[in-house]
Design a protein around this ligand. Structure first.
Ligand code: UDP
Ligand code: MG
Length: 338
């Protein structure tokens, strides 16, 4: 039975969608079942991340007809991590569950997450024990990425855990207080600490439609993860620079020795070229690494809002006004948080 928006829901489900028209009907059916089996009132917040298909219409219509659903459309595609952030900004539940729309994260697992939350955990991650329907290359690169991340950052970011998780209100508020632009959501929750636990689950294949996480988005996410949670690449510059300098000095000494002891010594072209290209290679590489960090500082300094809301359904009149959501240290957003 639909609960009214006036009843504060205990659970909020944040579901970002981006061109998910193929999967939406199945998703809504599965969510209905889930809402019925939860032990307390729940709301579903569908965050439309600039979809260009009929999914927007279907989701908005659902929010109009069923008060358990709310629809928040961003003004354009801001990316998965920002869409999640927008959802967390408006979620009102005591526990907020983040899940993908494509049913790779089975809604039934939410019941297990909730059970752990009731035991007193603040962050309950769903950990994939197997992944169906994903290419070997994706699994291999994902494994490599998590290993690199573990090596490079002191923050505890569990492997094989995506963004599918339940977070307690206090973790949500902590998340909202974090103003950074590069939002590597799983890293941010990892950084917080609190009591956390993982629940194993089988990651299904996509129910319908195709992934919108192309290689470029995936590389961007991986870079965000590493650059925002580790300064190891910057320290690499120091090490690489020192090693190369020591080697060059030793080589220089060798050349000098040869020049002094052997008058017929002819300077080798090959070694010159090798050294030159090695040094300029290292130089360019490290400039690039510094550039990664400087670029992010630039983005932070601009202090733009993280996202803009284009349209919303299911929020009260005050919230329904189409207006930019200002977020960050200068102007913290408080849309629908109360
Ligand atoms: N998504 C989004 N914005 C994007 C890309 C994806 O909101 O720019 C949503 C998408 O609708 C889905 C979730 O993020 O609910 C995960 O995306 P996808 O299934 O394409 O990624 P994969 O599971 O292949 O990593
Ligand atoms: Mg998916």
């Amino acid at each position: 039975m639909p609960t009214s928006v006036a009843d504060a829901p205990r659970y909020s489900l944040v579901v970002p969608i981006f061109n998910e028209e193929a999967v939406l009907p199945v998703l809504l059916r599965r969510l209905d079942t889930l809402l019925d089996s939860l032990d307390a009132p729940a709301e579903v917040i569908i965050v439309d991340d600039g979809s260009r298909d009929t999914g927007s219409i279907v989701a908005a219509a659902r929010a109009r007809d069923d008060s358990r659903y709310r629809y928040l459309a961003l003004s354009r595609n801001f990316g998965h991590q920002i869409a999640i952030t927008a959802g967390l900004d408006v979620a009102r539940g005591e526990a907020v569950i983040i899940m993908d729309a494509d049913l790779q994260d089975p809604p039934e697992v939410v019941l297990e997450l909730v059970a752990k939350w009731r035991e007193g955990y603040d962050i309950v991650c769903a950990q994939r024990v197997s992944r169906v329907g994903e290419t070997r290359l994706k699994l291999w690169t994902a494994g490599l990425f998590y290993r690199a991340l573990r090596l490079l950052t002191p923050v505890d970011i569990p492997a094989h855990v995506g963004d599918f998780r339940l977070v307690d209100r206090k973790a949500v508020e902590a998340f909202r207080a974090m103003p950074e632009r590069d939002r590597f959501v799983r890293g941010m929750f990892g950084w917080m600490g609190f009591r956390h636990v993982a629940v194993p689950y089988r990651r299904e294949a996509r129910a319908a439609g195709r992934t919108s996480y192309g290689w470029s988005k995936m590389v961007r996410l991986a870079l965000d993860g590493i650059v925002s949670f580790s300064d190891a690449p910057l320290r690499l510059a120091l090490w690489l620079g020192s090693i190369v300098s020591v080697c060059s000095l030793a080589y220089g000494a060798g050349v000098l020795w040869q020049a002094v002891h052997n008058a017929t010594y002819v300077a080798g072209w090959a070694s010159t070229v090798v050294l030159l290209s090695l040094l300029s290679g290292v130089n360019l590489l490290m400039t690039g690494v510094v550039g990664l960090y400087v670029g992010r500082i630039h983005a932070e300094v601009k202090n733009r809002p993280l996202y803009l809301v284009g349209r919303s359904v299911g929020f009260d009149d005050r919230e329904d006004v189409v207006r930019p959501l200002l977020r960050g240290p200068a102007a913290p957003a408080r849309l629908g948080a109360g």
